[in-house]
Design a protein around this ligand. Structure first.
Ligand code: DC
Length: 223
């Protein structure tokens, strides 16, 4: 693997980032960090506590105080919020929708980015999110911007929810995904953007194995 110790994968919702990142981490024996799960955990806390999703100060305080632990597991990461396993609950569409405005708050991002950088300091990592190559790990030797067509991304997200026994309305998922992507791409702080030195990969017509193989090949080619 040469000198590469960090793989940063960014892209819109449903591009397959977490599936691929987890597989790569498993194959390389590295730590997988699902940063979206951290924003979802803060959003869940806000929904539970009745904190308004535009109250930046209150959301920042929640993010600073919440103890979010990511534990390696078969299905990606198990997510503990103040010791409680919220892995399934944070995948509910309403939590994903709330995570988008929560992740637009600068104070929330500062608190979570600090934790993400600490996690990556001690071990080789595969990290996925929206700002990994641009903000969290700007020096990562291997950066990938992974995307797919909106229809395919929505279908994948619907299949993911169905597999977990959760309700999935394809049209609604596609609509919400487009809104979320627009918000994530147009926000003021750390918008979803391809890093200048990131590889672009459209997974619309590729299976998981092909995407994993391509990213590992890029990582191996890093100086
Ligand atoms: O990847 P996901 O659907 O689990 O992400 C949930 C939300 O969190 C999504 O609206 C984008 C946001 N997010 C972010 O702003 N920065 C990250 N590094 C990861 C996720």
């Amino acid at each position: 693997m040469g000198k590469c110790r960090q793989i940063a994968i960014d892209g819109p919702a449903g591009a397959g980032k977490s599936t691929v990142a987890k597989r790569i981490a498993e194959q390389l024996g590295w730590l997988y960090i699902d940063t979206g799960a951290m924003y979802r955990a803060v959003a869940l806390l806000a929904l539970r506590r009745g904190v308004a999703l535009d109250d930046a100060a209150a959301l920042t305080a929640l993010a600073e105080r919440a103890k979010i632990d990511l534990l390696p597991a078969k299905q990606g990461c198990r997510v503990l919020l103040d010791g409680e396993d919220v892995s399934t609950e944070i995948r509910l569409p309403e939590v994903g929708n709330a995570a988008s405005p929560v992740s637009a708050v600068a104070g929330v991002r500062q608190a979570l980015v600090r934790q993400q950088q600490e996690l990556a300091a001690s071990r080789p990592v595969v990290m996925d999110g929206r700002d990994i190559g641009t903000v969290v790990l700007p020096d990562a030797p291997c950066k990938v911007f992974l995307t797919a067509s909106p229809q395919i991304r929505a279908a994948r997200r619907a299949a993911e929810l169905k597999a977990k026994g959760l309700p999935a309305d394809l049209q609604q998922i596609e609509q919400e995904m487009r809104e979320r992507d627009a918000r994530d791409s147009n926000r003021k702080y750390s918008p979803l953007r391809q890093a200048a030195d990131a590889h672009f990969l459209d997974s619309s017509t590729l299976d998981i194995d092909a995407v994993v193989a391509q990213i590992i090949a890029w990582a191996e080619a890093c100086a």
